[in-house]
Design a protein around this ligand. Structure first.
Ligand code: RAM
Length: 881
């Protein structure tokens, strides 16, 4: 029988470098070919050398044989971990049949520089060019000699701004490092193993610096939000075989110069003059005598935190699907997909010729690029040729949201091979997949996942094209669950939680946007009619919703524990700022971008207050804080009672009468059983009165289909899913959408484009229906009693015009699958796969259920299953016939 440990991870990552977590957690998965395979014990060995580990010596930690079925978040409990320590580990597992697996592969991790004193370098930058609004990107370099016998060389680096690391002519590392944080408070540091790239003798190390979020344009907040220009900090630590060590760190002896990047700004695009290239600058022997001395910055008061978020990478390359010559002699390409990243261009031409790539999401009726919605963003990159055969160009410190590319000034006749689109985002690995019998629904699934890819770039941004691209917390919370089905966002959202904590107000309020990006400092909310308040309902609540989502999907209690105090402060802030537990009708975004359905602010804000209290109670429960659990559960009940008193009439009507008020009241537990029945009737009636259409904005939309499904109106939920008339998801798809639009009416047959002042075609918020699709259509649901998919609830709910669905989810325990088909004669077939050492409660719709060819006991519709694959069959007639 097979019983094997696979996929060992440390802090959710495979062999990570430079951790600053002193009690890292281990994860593994198990493989078995048997049903009901479960772990009964494990043993972990951690060693300081691979040789010790090979001899089965855990000189750092030997967990001993631990009787436990756990395979995730196992906390290291060995000797104290040292700065720059390199640790190797393996694990073996005993199953419930007493079989002990072989030892796993050897995994490793390294620790980073654990104290500030160990950072020996200075922050170096280049003095600003006079009279230049957009500054050239500085190149920095240093040559050094290395002796023979290098055992290990690690570069630790970061920047206030962005950097791209170069070692001996090679680009090392990822895009947009060190990522977006509130630089007033913290910056992330990266560690790279550069051992293979160093040689005995002369070596060169350097970097290219970009303005990024630190000194470049951020959203509509202008530039220089945190500082005027970028600074770089690097330390290369070399260990030799003989035990000696050496450090090369940024200081006044480095050299700095401007180069071909005339400017590169996230929002304003890039200009690259290839005639100014510094050929060989990152190799030893380069003549830098003309370079300047760097400007050394006095210091930095914020925290240096080891990289928390997954790195940003190019994950895919797209070829255009068509090209068209315009009357002006430019060329417009269609990439076939609204994507985020940049264009790589191939070109031949005369020295000094300039080619421009301009990017847009849509076309105007006359076929030209629709640029109006970019506001002050300039999605243009300019390349000035050096005139040297075939030249290739892609920008460095900017990105664009686009489907169409216009090449302006291209010398010669470009074709479909002239450009490619590079898709760029935080590299959160795909975890979920869902395919149905319906091509339009499949397109919706694709649009949702492209929306996520386009907007998860260091932080969850709202949009990738106009001058905004900010970490709006409301958008993030409503989409968090969908996001975590699609991709592994465990660390991405853990990092975003730090961003939220960094800008939590002294009052306890969580902000609308994180990182703060000068938002609060610039007192945006005062200057604009109280518009940008720091505590908007549905936005600030992200501070509780996101940790809860991480707990549900990954079983992470550390995130709850770490931020528990902050979450309590948020709920207490709401309590203090309410009257009789009713939240006042202060200015806020309401149910943002709803369609002819304004939800009253106080109803919405009170509902979310109750929800935050309810989640806090569950979080306290998960942490074993029984008193708090009870206290916040009571608070939730009290708010619910106040809500009913204030807003709900006896016939179940809720003030405002919008779909969203009913949806929130149903989902946040604000109604009695009797009122629930009435409320769902009013909700369905409103949908009916609008011709089977929705009216919800950002806050209502995520709960709309779940509320209907949980309250017996799956039929209405399916009707909304596949509705093709405006407003609906399918309306945009019918009109060619390949991403989720910011607004239901971003473009309509009757009105054309909505106001260009706010009209993104790549916003994920309205795509939060993805959650319902995984949970109910596909049927893979997290069980809060066994979080992190230790056990799943499999509950596919066939309906509407869908006749089959294949869903899978790669959990921390392995892959769950739920595939069903509904045949014309009413035969329902379901195949369920449960990974080893995991379980599922399967609810099979229909009657006369057969499991693996054997009739189940009459009346049984749910099944407790261990690992393995199972085939069900039943007779199904839909619940509304
Ligand atoms: C706009 C965007 C964003 C939303 C805010 C309130 O800037 O639509 O997604 O969160 O408004």
């Amino acid at each position: 029988m097979e019983w094997q440990v696979i996929d060992g991870r440390t802090e959710y990552m495979t062999n990570p470098l430079g951790l600053d977590e002193r009690a890292p957690r281990f994860f593994w998965k198990l493989r078995s070919d048997e049903r009901n395979a479960a772990q009964s014990a494990y043993r972990i060995l951690v060693a300081s050398t691979p040789e010790a580990l090979d001899r089965d010596e855990g000189d750092m930690w030997d967990s001993g044989e631990v009787e436990s079925d756990r395979t995730t978040h196992i906390v290291y409990e060995g000797k104290p971990l040292q700065s720059e320590g390199q640790y190797f580990w393996k694990v073996r597992s005993r199953n419930n049949g007493g079989i002990i697996s072989a030892w796993s592969d050897t995994y490793f991790w390294t620790m980073g520089l654990l104290s500030r004193q160990e950072w020996k370098g200075s922050w170096i930058g280049r003095r600003a060019e006079p009279n230049a609004e957009l500054q050239p990107s500085p190149y920095v370099r240093k040559e050094f000699e290395a002796r023979s016998g290098i055992r290990r060389a690690t570069a630790y680096a970061t920047a206030l701004g962005l950097y791209e690391l170069h070692v001996n002519g090679r680009t090392v590392g990822e895009r947009f490092a060190p990522g977006f944080t509130d630089y007033d408070k913290r910056v992330q540091t990266q560690a790279y193993d550069v051992t293979p790239w160093l040689t005995e003798g002369a070596n060169a190390i350097g970097g290219i610096l970009g303005d990024g979020w630190y000194s470049g344009t951020v959203g509509f907040l202008g530039n220089h939000v945190y500082g005027e220009r970028p600074f770089f900090l690097l330390q290369l630590n070399i260990e030799y075989e003989d035990g000696t060590r050496e450090s090369i760190a940024t200081d006044a002896s480095w050299r700095i110069a401007k180069g071909p990047i005339v400017y590169s700004d996230m929002i304003k695009g890039e200009t690259y003059d290839a005639r100014l290239e510094l050929t060989g600058w990152d190799l030893p022997g380069y003549d830098d005598s003309g370079w300047e001395q760097p400007d050394v910055r006095a210091g930095y008061n914020g925290l240096l935190t080891a990289m928390m978020e997954p790195p940003v990478r190019v994950t895919q390359t797209l070829k255009p699907i068509s090209i068209r010559r315009t009357e002006q002699g430019t060329f417009i390409y269609d990439m076939g997909q609204n994507m985020v990243g940049w264009t790589e261009i191939k070109v031949r031409g005369a020295r000094g010729a300039k080619v421009t790539a301009s990017h847009a999401e849509m076309l105007n009726p006359d076929g030209s690029l629709y640029l109006d919605n970019l506001r002050v963003a300039v999605q243009q990159d300019h390349y000035i040729l050096k005139g040297d055969g075939e030249e290739r160009y892609e920008p460095r410190f900017t990105f664009h949201g686009y489907r169409y590319v216009e090449l302006i000034g291209y010398p010669g006749e470009p074709d479909l091979d002239t450009i490619v689109g590079k898709v760029v985002h935080s590299d959160t690995k795909p975890t979920g997949s869902l395919r149905t019998s319906d091509p339009m629904v499949n397109q919706l699934i694709s649009n949702i996942s492209w929306g996520q890819r386009g907007n998860f770039l260091s932080v969850p941004t709202d949009c990738p094209q106009r001058d905004e691209r900010l970490g709006w917390t409301g958008d993030a919370q409503i989409f968090a669950r969908t996001a975590s089905y699609n991709m592994d966002v465990s660390r991405f959202f853990a990092k975003f939680m730090l961003d939220m904590i960094d800008c939590q107000q002294p009052s306890g309020a969580f902000t609308d946007v994180a990182p703060d990006a000068g938002w609060i400092r610039h007192k945006m909310w005062n200057t604009r009619l109280n518009w940008f308040a720091p505590d908007n309902a549905g936005w600030g609540d992200a501070g509780v919703v996101i940790p809860w989502t991480l707990y549900l999907m990954y079983g992470d209690t550390r995130i709850l524990d770490t931020h528990y105090g902050a979450m309590v402060r948020w709920v207490e802030y709401l309590r203090t700022n309410s009257e009789g537990l009713i939240r006042p009708a202060y200015a806020n975004y309401g149910d943002w971008l709803s369609i002819e359905a304004d939800t009253p602010n106080e109803v919405l804000a009170t509902a979310y207050f109750a929800y935050s209290a309810q989640l806090l109670s569950r979080i306290a429960g998960a942490l074993g804080k029984r008193e708090d659990e009870a206290a916040y559960s009571r608070l939730h009940e009290d708010i619910a009672a106040a809500f009913r008193r204030e807003f709900v009439s006896e016939d179940g009507r809720i003030q405002g009468g919008t779909q969203t008020v009913y949806v929130l009241a149903l989902q946040f537990g604000l109604l009695t059983d009797e009122l629930r029945k009435l409320a769902v009737g009013h909700l369905a009636a409103d949908i009916e009165s609008r011709g089977g259409r929705l009216s919800t904005g950002f806050l209502g939309v995520g709960y709309l289909l779940p509320a209907l499904t949980d309250n017996g109106r799956l039929d209405v939920a399916y009707g909304l899913l596949t509705q093709e008339e405006f407003p609906s998801w399918m309306y945009s798809i019918k009109h060619g959408a390949t991403t989720i639009w910011e607004r239901w009416d971003g473009w309509t047959e009757h009105g054309g484009f909505q106001t260009p002042s706010m009209n993104s075609f790549n916003h994920y918020s309205l795509g939060s229906v993805g959650e319902w699709m995984y949970r109910y259509l596909g049927g893979i649901e997290a069980d809060p009693q066994a979080p992190g998919f230790r056990r799943a609830i499999v509950q596919p709910r066939p309906g509407g015009r869908i006749t089959s669905a294949d869903a899978s989810y790669e959990s921390l325990h392995g892959r769950y699958e739920s595939s069903w088909t509904l045949e014309a004669d009413g035969t329902f077939k379901l195949r369920v796969t449960v990974p080893a050492n995991a379980a599922a409660t399967v609810h099979v719709p229909g009657s006369r259920i057969v499991l693996d060819g054997r009739p189940a006991q009459e009346g049984t519709t749910s099944f407790e299953l261990g690992s393995g694959s199972y085939e069900f069959e039943s007779r199904f007639s839909s619940n509304w016939e």
